[in-house]
Design a protein around this ligand. Structure first.
Ligand SMILES: Cc1cc2nc3c(=O)[nH]c(=O)nc-3n(C[C@H](O)[C@H](O)[C@H](O)COP(=O)(O)OP(=O)(O)OC[C@H]3O[C@@H](n4cnc5c(N)ncnc54)[C@H](O)[C@@H]3O)c2cc1C
Length: 506
């Protein structure tokens, strides 16, 4: 029986305690992996990649041709690690003895991947029951594996929406808390964690605790944005927001260069609750940093269309493109087309939630476009204090280094939240996808040096290539996070491939 909720209402009757859906994505495919030192390594005849030294040993012993492909796990960047995941609808049981939880694997890098092939990794996506919902306040308690796609499907028609949503709906509540995700409304609403009231967490010693701002607050704020390293999130209690209709009033502006972009972002932020921009980061000269700025707000009843939006049609990216398909020339052509498709300088209208919040979700498996080599996303935030010059110089640096691709997103971030390692800080965030070429490690190194000098930081959920010394230099909050790990997991039992790389976990 829901606490404080109206269990007799049709909404509660329809939703509570049901598993809201079967898993919403197929297992992720994965081919190709850079080794820890960042150099790209060899593939065997099964398309399997191995650390260079192992590959050399196997080749020398003549094993490679006979070896069966090992199971691998990967994130959205499709750079795999040996490992397997345990899927269970009973998170409480499955997480006993586990060292890592993962949701839908939409983190790009290695945060949801095991440090060792034998590590017990629990996939939460079958544990997707909504446990309580209070229709007066919007407060919900749900299992960590509930996906945003399912929440949207069930709750948008009922007039509720997540207070914060990332650019994909194929994420779980557990993943949203562990990465403390931000959305187009960060300048108004902060991160998802700011809307969480409490968490039920299985700790490294296998005990289960409930934490909140009042109860074990250090665990609560360490778990928000803590990349699953303080405990397995079993349940999340948070508050949905009321929406007046299921349409958005949107505006898009074609912007000529990065300085104009920053000025437009500054003007849009007080006027619009949601803003973000796409940047053509391949264009040089006076048009460097040109792009399209998008802004939106929920439409009022008077503004909205009478009929709800039709469900978005999903198309599957049918094949993995060859690695050469996405190169500087094709990316430049794509960018030019995308930029000039926006013929009017300014356009406005009504938009459905899916194309506004999740344009990339319209094409399932779009990550195949980067080919078998996989890719990474570099996302950093540069503090407001560093000024527009820092953003312009970063963009120039990025273009010069050749790390650019068609996907480059710029966002305005509001003040830093309470999550001990949460990513956003007041300033400008830039995210860019980069194919995993042999030069990628060097590009990330140079960008990180720039970010450190500017006083910024990178986003762990996207990262795969940052060196530990760079992370230490950009993250003054790291000692506090490590002290929390020492308190809640002194044996460092909980770990990921990312924590092994960045924090020296065994
Ligand atoms: C197209 C696209 C757009 C995106 N846009 C944004 C954006 O706008 N803003 C933003 O902030 N992010 C964005 N992301 C990143 C994404 O929101 C995060 O990586 C999110 O954490 C993924 O959720 P997931 O359920 O897939 O988690 P996973 O990728 O499976 O895991 C991510 C991290 O969460 C931990 N974790 C997951 N579940 C649990 C649990 N139950 N208990 C403990 N730890 C757990 C994992 O160990 C890992 O460290 C985007 C990703 C994609 C692919």
């Amino acid at each position: 029986m829901p606490k404080g909720g109206n269990a007799e209402s049709p909404c509660a009757r329809a939703i509570l305690h049901q598993q809201v859906s079967p898993p919403v994505h197929e297992p992720l495919e994965s081919v190709g992996e850079p080794s820890y030192d960042g150099s790209i390594i060899k593939f065997d005849e099964y398309g399997r990649s191995m650390p260079r030294d192992l590959a050399a040993m196997d080749l020398a012993a003549g094993h490679v041709s006979k070896a069966l492909p090992e199971p691998v796990l990967s994130g959205w960047g499709r750079l795999p690690m040996p490992g397997r995941e345990l899927l269970s609808e009973h998170l409480e049981q499955a997480t006993v003895g586990a060292v890592l939880s993962r949701g839908l694997g939409r983190s790009y890098g290695d945060s949801s991947l095991p440090a060792h092939a034998s590590d017990r990794v629990v996939a939460t996506r079958l544990a997707n029951r909504i446990l309580e919902f209070d229709e007066a306040s919007g407060r919900m308690r749900a299992e960590a594996g509930v996906s945003l796609a399912e929440l949207n499907r069930l709750f948008i028609p009922r007039g509720w929406f997540s207070p914060v949503t990332p650019g994909t709906k194929f994420v779980t509540l557990g993943g949203m808390v562990a990465s403390d995700v931000h959305g187009k409304n960060h300048h108004r609403e902060g991160c998802f964690g700011a809307h969480v009231q409490s968490l039920r967490v299985r700790l490294a010693d296998d005990s289960v605790v409930v934490c909140s701002p009042e109860q074990e607050p250090d665990l609560f704020y360490g778990t928000i944005g803590g990349m699953g390293l303080l405990g397995h999130i079993l349940e999340v209690t948070f508050t949905l927001q009321r929406i007046p209709t299921n349409w958005l009033v949107t505006q898009s502006v074609r912007v000529g260069n990065i300085d104009e972009f920053l000025a437009e972002l500054g003007t849009a932020a007080p006027a619009w609750p949601m803003t973000m921009g796409w940047i053509d980061c391949l264009n040089r000269g006076r048009g460097m940093g040109r792009g399209i700025l998008m802004a939106g707000r929920w439409a009022t009843v008077e503004e909205a269309r009478a009929k709800p939006p039709r469900p978005a049609r999903e198309v599957v990216f049918p094949v993995e493109l060859p690695n050469w398909a996405l190169n500087a020339t094709t990316a430049r052509l794509f960018n030019m087309g995308y930029y000039w498709r926006h013929l009017a300088k300014r356009a406005s209208g009504l938009t459905a939630p899916d194309p506004f919040f999740y344009p990339l979700d319209a094409i399932l498996h779009w990550n195949r476009a980067y080919g078998s080599r996989g890719f990474s996303q570099y996302q950093c935030v540069l503090p407001r204090a560093a000024g527009p010059t820092a953003v312009r110089e970063f963009m120039e640096h990025l273009t010069r280094l050749g790390g650019a691709s068609p996907l480059c997103v710029i966002k305005d971030c509001g003040p830093e939240g309470m999550g001990v390692l949460s990513f956003p800080m007041e300033g400008t965030s830039i995210a860019v996808d980069m194919p995993a070429t042999p030069g990628l490690q060097a590009i990330v190194d140079r960008l990180n040096e720039f970010v450190i000098a500017a006083g910024g930081r990178i986003y762990l959920t996207k990262d795969r290539f940052t060196r530990p010394e760079h992370f230490r230099a950009m993250e003054p909050r790291l000692p506090r996070f490590l002290a929390l790990r020492e308190k809640w997991d002194p044996g460092r039992r909980l770990r990921s491939a990312q924590s092994r790389r960045l924090f020296g976990d065994k």
